[in-house]
Design a protein around this ligand. Structure first.
Ligand SMILES: Nc1ncnc2c1ncn2[C@@H]1O[C@H](COP(=O)(O)OP(=O)(O)OP(=O)(O)O)[C@@H](O)[C@H]1O
Ligand SMILES: [Mg+2]
Ligand SMILES: [Mg+2]
Length: 709
């Protein structure tokens, strides 16, 4: 049985959850009560909650699905010749997990469901065979899409219009009891790898709910962070950002660290903690247990590959794993900037200089860069589009890694997590990536980057899709901002003038507008965020806690928490490290608190002495685990990539070339210009959209080059 994680330690009168003591037991001030109510309303107005009718529909669908798997298991038990008693006893059961189980799903979200079956109900023959056949005959079931070869095999479909991801765990039990408890470790005994992975989702979701001090506050905060991450373009596991599970774990840890905080406080502490977090120190909700079954757990001290993880967010159920292995240095940098921006806006909100709208502003992706890569894909048959899209989407992360590798990190990629399509071309779809010169590094006179080979290599790897059909094509082009196709803009209409400059983090704007010495500047910026000014604000907030203690006005929606410990003294008491500091400077105290929770057996300096090699690691992982249903042909990609990575010769060249990147050192902001048209290296019968150039050339042409910017 997994531990509930409730700590026996007492801090004053408080029990707490997690691997360290909380940073603060402070409860809400009136400001927090108001702000949390405002946030609730914002989330409701944003349409995040489904209505009663939809909720009932989901429950009915789940009831029907449970009946279906129960019928299925009886059918296959009988067909296998078992006696009537076993047929009667034969049982299968469904469990929900993911955002639906956590209670943070929005209208239209999928329901993640695990079907648990007895030992004689096999995955390949019975689940992906017989059950698939039964579902395919049901009129309520549409879009049935089995992916038996995936890392976590899944059957996707819609049931009465509700999207479902159905996994299967084949247990070693002959009979599945109705009150089966998935939390017990023995459930994993003799289960195959896929079953262990499939069970993991439910076990993790249950543990998260056990490990947060207040589920309702966790839910509201998580809904907020999910909406925020989607608006800021950083919600996507496959693109190298974070997905639902990762956001849930990050929020859950904040809930542990601030057990009495309301959602608005949790949101601001989220940004504060994760801006200061020294990755790759892992975020964990509980200790990583070794367990008794010898299953592989995340441990960079033992497994060299685990050292490559840049932003480890560890799942809390045995066998503990890192849920965010897709994060790269680029996506980590982008997310860190967003955390910084979020933190600054929360502080401005306290000063009444910003509101929730400011925080949730959409990231202006198509205004943020001057240069983009457009990745167009096409098929000949509508049935092929889903597979080809899924495959290419799962490979795009390679492109960013390859470009950054081949330009020695001087060109940075910013992937857009979504896809775009032009209504007039239903068999096409496009992905986009922003390109920018590495921030904070002065460019050299005449510096050029040639990424043609990189693109060719990428396309070559994409074309190795083993299920590739005739007409499945990909075409990559460089586009300047002014030449972006209209279909990427809302309503398919290109805005006449760029939207009002949206709020970026102070750190990012410093990096954009300064030349040399930016790394130091960003450090200064960071200090400033947590400097004197904030201590003053924090003091004000805590003063208002005291004021509230004497106040009778308590909101109905968010009654203020236990305030017995809501003062600075209690923070000092709970954490010996904090007692050594000047308690009048509570922000500094919190900062030390954040530092202290990162120490431990997985300390970054100890565990991560080697330079990570994301690309090699990722390719090896993908190649082996076939995480997107299709297989790659068996060629040794890894050794080839490793050679490129270690190559002493720079990949970029100084000589004149029709497809080079020129970045002149005396320009602060690079301007990129399309090259003369050169035939594409591998365009395979695809007709490019006019105006775009097939080969990439980047040139700094001075500030006047891009009149549209
Ligand atoms: N990278 C991963 N590592 C571990 N578990 C994962 C991972 N990706 C998905 N899962 C499991 O599968 C569940 C469902 O994944 P899904 O992508 O549907 O996200 P979700 O949490 O349900 O959020 P969403 O609202 O986006 O659907 C997760 O909650 C998690 O338990
Ligand atoms: Mg889901
Ligand atoms: Mg899902």
């Amino acid at each position: 049985m997994e531990s509930t994680g409730l700590s026996n330690h007492n801090s004053g009168q408080q029990q707490w959850l997690g691997i360290t003591e909380p940073i603060s037991f402070t409860g809400p001030a009136q400001y927090d009560i108001d702000k949390s109510n405002e946030l609730d309303k914002y989330l409701q107005d944003a349409g995040l909650y489904e209505n009663q009718e939809e909720a009932i529909c989901r429950e009915q669908v789940l009831g029907r699905l449970d009946q279906i798997v129960k019928n299925w298991v009886k059918t296959i038990t009988r067909a296998k010749g078992f006696n009537e008693q076993l047929v009667q006893e034969a049982n299968a059961k469904i469990f929900t997990f993911g955002s639906y189980r956590l209670g943070v799903h929005g209208p239209g979200a999928d329901i993640d469901v695990l079907c648990v079956g007895p030992r004689h109900a096999t995955r390949d023959e019975d689940f992906f065979g017989e059950l698939h056949k039964m579902l395919s005959k049901m009129p309520e079931v549409t879009d049935l899409h089995p992916v038996p070869g995936a890392h976590v095999p899944v059957m996707g479909f819609k049931f009465n219009g509700v999207s479902m991801d159905l996994l299967y765990a084949n247990l070693s039990l002959w009979v599945i009891p109705e009150d089966l408890d998935l939390s017990q470790e023995s459930i994993l005994q003799n289960a195959d790898e896929q079953s262990v992975r499939s069970l993991n989702g439910c076990r993790v979701t249950n543990q998260i709910l056990n490990l947060v001090p207040n589920i309702q506050k966790f839910r509201t905060t998580l809904r907020c962070m999910k909406l925020w991450a989607k608006r800021r373009g950083i919600y996507s596991n496959v693109a190298g950002f974070l997905g639902g599970i990762n956001w849930a774990l990050l929020v859950a840890r904040i809930c542990q660290l601030y057990p009495n905080a309301l959602p608005n406080m949790l949101v601001s502490r989220f940004f504060r903690v994760y801006t200061q977090w020294r990755w790759p120190n892992p975020v964990m909700l509980c200790e990583i247990r070794e367990g008794s079954l010898g299953l592989k757990i995340w441990d960079p001290r033992i497994h060299p590959k685990d050292k490559n993880h840049l932003m480890p967010i560890i799942t809390p159920a045995y066998p503990c794993m890192n849920s965010s292995y897709n994060v790269s240095s680029s996506t980590l940098r982008i997310m860190t900037e967003e955390f910084q921006r979020g933190g600054e806006i929360c502080e401005d909100m306290e000063a009444k200089k910003a509101d929730w709208d400011t925080l949730f502003e959409c990231y202006p992706f198509f205004e943020a860069h001057k240069n983009y890569l457009q990745i167009d894909i096409s098929v000949e048959n509508p049935d092929d589009l889903r597979n080809w899209k899924g495959w290419v989407n799962s490979r795009l992360r390679q492109l960013t890694l390859m470009i950054e590798r081949d330009t020695h990190g001087m060109l940075q990629c910013h992937p857009h997590p979504g896809d775009f399509s032009n209504k007039s071309q239903p068999l096409h779809c496009s992905y986009f990536m922003g390109l920018q010169h590495k921030q904070g590094v002065p460019t050299k006179e005449g510096e050029q980057f040639d990424i043609r080979l990189t693109l060719a290599e990428f396309k070559h790897s994409v074309y190795m899709y083993i299920q590739r059909k005739h007409g499945m094509d990909i075409f990559v082009t460089h586009v300047k901002r002014r030449n972006l196709p209209a279909f990427v803009f809302p309503g398919g209409v290109r805005p006449n003038c760029p939207s009002k400059v949206t709020r970026v983090s102070k750190r990012r704007s410093e990096l954009r507008t300064s030349g040399h010495g930016l790394a130091e500047k960003s450090q200064e910026g960071k200090v400033a965020v947590f400097g004197d000014n904030n201590d003053r604000k924090r003091k004000q907030a805590e003063d208002s806690v005291d004021t509230l203690r004497n106040s009778k006005s308590i909101s109905r929606e968010y009654p203020s928490g236990n305030r017995e410990t809501g003062d600075q003294k209690s923070i000092s008491e709970i954490n010996p490290l904090l007692t050594a500091t000047d308690t009048s400077s509570s922000k500094e105290v919190e900062k030390l608190g954040i530092e202290s929770i990162m120490c431990g057996p997985y300390d970054a300096h100890q565990a991560f002495s080697e330079e990570p090699d994301e690309l090699e690691n990722d390719l090896e992982y993908r190649n082996k685990d076939k995480d997107f249903g299709g297989n790659m042909k068996n060629i040794n990609l890894n050794s080839r990539y490793s050679e490129s990575i270690v190559a002493a010769e720079p990949v970029f060249s100084q000589k004149e070339n029709s497809s080079l990147t020129h970045i002149h050192s005396n320009e602060r902001l690079e301007e990129l210009e399309s090259a003369e048209l050169t035939p594409p290296l591998s365009s395979r019968n695809y007709t490019p959209v006019p105006q775009r150039k097939s080969i990439i050339r980047f040139a700094t042409l001075g500030k006047a080059a891009d009149k549209s910017s």
